[in-house]
Design a protein around this ligand. Sequence first.
Ligand code: HEC
Length: 441
Amino acid sequence: MDIMNFIGRLHPLVVHLPIGFLFLALLVEWFIGKGKSNSSTRIVLFILILGALSSVVAIVCGWLLAMDGDYETSLLSWHRWLGTAIGILAIIAPIAKYFSKKQLYRVTLISIGLLLVGTGHYGGSLTHGSDYLIQPLKGTVSENNFDLFEIRNPDSIIVYTSFIQPMLERKCYDCHNSEKDMGGLNMDSYAKLLEGGDHGKVVTNDPWSSELILRVTLPKTNEKYMPPKGAPLNYNEISLLKWWIEQGSDSLKTITEMEPNKTVKHILASNYKIDTSPKTFVERVQAPSVNASILDSLTHLGWEINQIAEGNNFLEVSPKNKNLLSKKDLSVLAKIKDNITWLDLSGLALEDADIGIISKFKNLTKLQLGDNGITENGLVSLSSLKHLESLNLANNPIQSENLDWAKPLTSLKRVYLWQTKTNPDSVDRIRESFPEIQVIL
Ligand code: HEC
């Protein structure tokens, strides 16, 4: 049993008593003391004596607590000596009051008031970290200082400088910096962090043999738990730290280069609004710009043409008026073949021979061929569409026993085959042999 340690830990509790009494004395003097009646003098004196006694108790507890702890020494010494000064002044105050040393009394009381503010601030900084109080004003509360980040592209966010370093700075630097490297560990720079502490490296290839992870995942009651004082690392912070170590604890790699796992993806999305899902073809690739007059002429023919997104040159094309359009109008679309990524050719009475030209539309990701006269023989001409993800063949005389024609379509994810002549029995076989393709019947 460590009774000294126990008494020391009463400090954060006891310390509020002198704060209350001393401020109360100040307030009573300020607002009621003017009357100078005997009874008000005695009340103030009583409060001051309580203030002095409780200060002494709080100071004793405080000194005991400081012995047990790994506090940041510069903050601690400010807090310790300002607190002790308050104790001395708190003893002087009732004496000055009793002997009516007005000048001394006034200076003492005002000094106490000012010192209380300073001491309280250093005390708070000791337990919560030095910028705890002003964090909300800076808009940098806990790990979400990322709101200041304007660029949310995972390709350009460096994991170490954006997450790891700020995290260690928030929660560990107080005791692990160039001036004070407790346990021989200095986290001021990447190089120093990798050097490790008294017991060697704190970061290895494996998170679970890295002292940095082991120390922050111990039970909080373990004396080796880090940080021994102040706010602990939370689940998100530990997950990011672990991931960073798993991925080789590099100082320059970006999120994309570090391959976020599921947990990390989730944390990045929900806490930092960073989307790490892989980009689609049309997001990755830039299409050439198109001449407005070409678009105009195509629109006049009866095609409806739209950009798929603002600032993206990829186009979505569909027949505006199916009666106006005929097969031959399909060939003129070839003028903008590299721009078309969604193409709707449904209900144009197309046959196998007509769709050969589609093989030139290499940037297609979505193709709608429903309500035509296409058979499985025509589908072979689609084999060059390496980016095609969705193909609608509904209501065509297709009698496909297998999807062999789809083998070259390496990006294909969905095929619509309803109202075709495909035998429902063969669909089961197709689904088995192409598990990555969703067949909709
Ligand atoms: C309040 C002071 C304090 C804070 C804050 C603090 N540490 Fe420590 N740390 C120590 C002390 C003291 C030691 C040496 C005693 C020991 O090894 O337990 C130490 C030692 C370590 C060691 C072992 C170094 C070695 O080679 O022996 C690691 C690793 C470590 N700390 C990690 C952390 C991490 C990570 C954080 C932040 C989450 C952190 N510390 C925050 C005080 C602190």
